[in-house]
Design a protein around this ligand. Structure first.
Ligand SMILES: Cc1cc2nc3c(=O)[nH]c(=O)nc-3n(C[C@H](O)[C@H](O)[C@H](O)COP(=O)(O)OP(=O)(O)OC[C@H]3O[C@@H](n4cnc5c(N)ncnc54)[C@H](O)[C@@H]3O)c2cc1C
Length: 326
């Protein structure tokens, strides 16, 4: 839930907050801050469509992240995503999630619309159990573009500008929000953040209307997600690997694993390959750090769930910034 706080600008013509990073964490944080009537600028090394966020598949589901606050952040984001439209890249899509071990369904799944256990015929080999539900599916290029448009309506610029320390942005605004993803490892510095490389293949949708995803967290997760006339195939999760060039062998393996679930995938024309580095960390870092030159609100380390957590985290960022600026 967005915190309602009345702010006054400290210095006219000077931003209250500079957000570092234009992935999903930076753009949603900037939007939450602007919605709270703060003067915001986004400074970023790479533009939104060049970020890891743009390489995400993406589906609302807590995955590859381990933090007790995840449930609240995920729920807040879910409610917010329900209000977003297809033009903004968000669809509510039904489908199956399957597991190799005979587990109980996780709690977060049971409250979702159309939730039920799969019948045996709906669980392909080698899986043991599965569940059906409807959840938000996010077409990331469209979603990121829509967030930039929303920011423009609030007068928030997104500037290409990389920083080497927090001193530079803190000389321009009293609060800096650090949404630099895996780059926080060097910038903060924080050795607890590390890259987990992920790759996806985008194909022409051969008529698939439901998502399919594995529940098991492995280095070769199998999933496909329909975004209208495009279908995203996944995936990979390679800890420590940092190259961003699409790997042909990884792409071929992704296609053949997905085609084993639905043969139509094997015949679909490839449109695009995307690669990103998930910012893995034992827990998300979302906290305020007072420095000599001002305050930094950190918001990074979302692992494989940055889209799922985005609006919940952004709301907390706005509250923490508000504590400083009130
Ligand atoms: C293949 C794949 C599939 C995924 N699927 C899902 C999914 O289905 N659901 C889900 O919730 N999540 C998913 N994720 C995870 C999700 O993509 C990440 O958790 C999320 O993108 C992290 O967002 P971020 O904004 O924190 O970081 P990023 O998107 O990495 O953005 C960081 C930003 O900081 C900028 N920056 C870096 N250094 C500096 C600097 N020095 N100065 C200024 N700017 C700087 C960068 O240029 C960039 O704009 C997936 C990830 C991958 C790779």
């Amino acid at each position: 839930m967005m915190t309602e706080i009345a702010y006054c600008r400290k210095v006219p013509g000077r931003p209250d907050v500079i957000v570092l990073g234009a992935g999903v964490s930076g753009l949603t944080s900037a939007l939450a801050l602007a919605t709270a009537d703060l003067g915001v600028e986004v400074w970023t090394q790479d533009l939104p469509l060049e970020s890891t966020s743009c390489a995400a598949a993406a589906m609302w589901a807590p995955y590859l992240v381990d933090d007790a606050r995840v449930v609240g952040w995920s729920r807040a984001t879910y409610r917010w995503l329900l209000g977003r439209t297809e033009e903004q890249g968000v669809r509510q899509v039904a489908g199956r999630e399957v597991s190799r071990s005979a587990l109980e369904a996780p709690l977060w799944m049971r409250g979702l619309p159309d939730y039920r256990g799969c019948h045996d015929a709906e669980v392909p080999s080698p899986y043991a159990v599965g569940w059906r539900y409807r959840a938000p599916m996010i077409d990331m290029p469209a979603h990121l573009r829509a967030l930039v448009d929303d920011l423009a309506k609030h007068g928030v610029p997104v500037r290409r500008r990389a920083v080497r320390s927090f001193t530079e942005p803190l000389s321009a605004a009293p609060v800096v929000v650090n949404c630099t993803g895996v780059a926080a490892r060097a910038l903060v510095p924080d050795d607890a953040v590390s890259p987990t490389r992920g790759q996806i293949v985008v194909v022409e949708n051969p008529g698939i209307e439901e998502f399919f995803t594995e529940h098991d967290e492995s280095e070769t997760p199998v999933y496909f997600m329909p975004h209208g006339d495009r279908l995203v195939l996944g995936g990979s999760a390679e800890p420590g690997r940092t190259d961003l060039v699409p790997d042909r062998r990884v792409a071929d393996a992704i296609r053949s694993r997905c085609a084993a679930i639905d043969p139509r995938v094997g015949r679909a024309r490839v449109l695009e390959h995307r690669v990103g580095l998930r910012p893995s960390r034992a827990s998300v870092r979302l906290e305020r750090e007072p420095l000599d030159a001002g305050h930094v609100v950190h918001n990074y380390g979302h692992g494989g769930a940055g889209i799922t957590l985005s609006w919940g985290c952004a709301s907390d960022v706005a509250s923490l910034a508000g504590e400083v600026l009130r």
